[in-house]
Design a protein around this ligand. Structure first.
Ligand code: MN
Length: 204
């Protein structure tokens, strides 16, 4: 099945001042759209892959023929990751999580502030283009990782519940080279209610 560019769950200017409207518009309507278009070219030519659930496909890229595997990883991840990213943010975001997620962050990081430091350090430290992730491992332990380009934590057996895009296209117009400043401002957008739901859905 062909993939579609999802509509954003908020207007382009809704995340101001943390993410400016121009950045969000280009990011969604050009970058994300480009990954979807290029993924669909691969899926059109490979009906077996098109029949697969996208998350499953990028979790098991070895199922794709070698010739198209790099494209599946890059454009498939580019398609899926951005949708998770848009839905990890909200104009009403920020603050702190509560309930079982807050308890698990305390358990695995020693507190919310310690978690934020660890997550930001991973995301800021990713060389080149990539993503910062909060995921649960198979035992439900929360860990922070980063990935290169559009690679995903699922290939390492992790289930992501929060993601931040640290490609320059996500922040350059407003923050230029200051990725850590973008990340600091980004906490004001995190939709913890949504992240709590994802955590609840995978709790072991
Ligand atoms: Mn991006």
């Amino acid at each position: 099945m062909a993939q579609e560019l999802p509509k954003l769950p908020y207007p382009y200017d809704a995340l101001e001042p943390h993410i400016d409207a121009r950045t969000l518009e280009i990011h969604h309507s050009k970058h994300h759209a480009g990954y979807v278009t290029n993924l669909n070219k691969i899926l059109d030519a490979n009906p077996d892959l098109a029949a697969m659930d996208l998350k499953k496909l990028i979790s098991h890229p070895e199922k794709a023929p070698e010739a198209v595997r790099p494209g599946v990883i890059f454009h498939g991840g580019g398609t899926w990751n951005h949708t998770l990213y848009w839905n990890s943010m909200s104009p009403d975001g920020g603050g702190e999580p509560s309930g079982p997620l807050a308890t698990a962050l305390d358990r695995d990081f020693g507190g919310f502030d310690e978690f934020r430091k660890a997550f930001a350090a991973k995301a800021a430290g990713q060389f080149g283009s990539g993503w910062g992730w909060l995921s649960a491992d198979k035992k439900g332990k929360l860990i922070v990782t980063s990935t290169l380009n559009h690679e995903v934590p699922m290939t390492d057996g992790l289930e992501p519940i929060l993601v931040v895009d640290v490609w320059e296209h996500a922040y350059y117009l407003k923050y230029q080279n200051l990725r850590p400043t973008y990340l600091e401002s980004w906490w004001n957008l995190v939709d913890w209610k949504e992240v709590e739901k994802r955590f609840a859905a995978i709790a072991v």
